[in-house]
Each structure stands twice: as C-alpha cells, then as structure tokens.
Design a protein around this ligand. Structure first.
Ligand code: ADP
Length: 161
C-alpha cells in the first residue's frame, strides 16, 4: 500500500526549514501532499495562490510531492485525501506546547492518522517564516534562508519600500 502523508502549514512563505522537513518526510512516506491551509484568523503576506506557486517552484525537482490548498479542518482533509499521517516540524521546546495540543485534538478528529514530528538539520532550526518576512521587509538579505523563487518574490513584494 502506498503511504501518503499530509504536511499542513501556512508556508507564508516556504523556507529552507520547511524544505528540510519535506525531504526527510519523503524518506519515510511514498508521497507527500503539502497543504497550504486557508486560515481566516491570520492575515498572510502572500495569497494562498502565491504560496502554492512558490512551493511548487521550490519543490519542482522533488518526486512524489503534490502542493494543494485546503480550507477547513486539517484532520478532515487528511482523511479525505487518504493520508495515513500528518507531518509537522519540531524546532525547539517552544514549538512543543502548541504541537502537543494540536496533535491530541487531531487525534480526536482523525483517530487513524498519526502525527509524525521531524526535526530539521541544526542549520535550519532557528528559521521561521515570520523572521524571514521581517528581515525582507527591512531590506535584509534572505537568500540563505529561502529557495530562490521565494527570495525573488520577497524582493518584489518589498521593492521600493
Ligand atoms: P503553521 O501556521 O501551521 O505553524 P508554518 O508554515 O509556520 O505553519 O509551519 C508549518 C510546519 O512546519 C510546522 O510544523 C512548523 O513547526 C514547521 N516548520 C516551520 N519552520 C521550520 C523549520 N525551520 N524547521 C523545521 N520545521 C519547521
């Protein structure tokens, strides 16, 4: 049986940290669906379409990866697409509390789906999308943190500011 996992997130924008997790997850699962969640509570920098496009461009060379957007409950969506697991990244203790809560809630909603936590390489541990957005907005160099298609779009977004 082919084992598919859903990697859900905001990806606003996708960073080298996310890609690190995607590559690791592909070692375990046959295919990964990267799901950009439409979260009404958050005002993103990039639209869902832009986020999906950036992930597609950044993962173009990887096989068995699909990029989609979804709305509603992550657990329900995972079940609907036949995923056997959710993938999440764990960076530091600070991620733990939130991830712990989410995992237990998702287990209630999708009892057959496990959440699998993967840790990035040490060089990507401190990376997060909001830091990248902040640096880019202040004109800092973000090439080392994000794939090229993302760096280009961030520069475009903040050009002339
Ligand atoms: P969310 O709003 O769902 O947390 P994010 O795009 O911020 O969306 O993160 C999606 C997932 O990727 C989360 O599990 C997060 O912990 C993980 N992640 C984000 N950045 C990194 C990183 N640098 N290393 C490892 N995992 C990461």
């Amino acid at each position: 049986m082919k084992r598919k996992a859903l990697y859900p997130g905001s990806f606003d924008p996708v960073t080298n940290g996310h890609l690190d997790i995607i590559v690791r997850a592909l070692e375990i699962f046959d295919s990964i669906v990267i799901g950009v969640g439409v979260n009404i509570g958050k005002t993103p920098l990039f639209s869902v379409e832009e986020r999906v496009a950036m992930i597609r461009e950044s993962t173009a060379e990887l096989e068995n990866v699909e990029v989609v957007s979804y709305s509603g409950l992550t657990a329900k969506y995972a079940e609907q697409i036949g995923a056997v697991a959710l993938i999440r990244g764990l960076r530091a203790v600070s991620d733990f509390e939130y991830e712990f809560q989410m995992t237990l809630a998702n287990r209630q909603l999708f009892p057959r789906g496990e959440t699998v936590f993967l840790m990035p390489s040490i060089g990507n541990v401190y990376l997060n999308s909001s830091m990248v957005r902040d640096i880019a907005s202040l004109g800092g160099d973000i090439d080392q943190f994000v794939p090229k298609p993302v760096a280009d779009r961030l520069r475009e977004k903040f050009a002339g500011q």
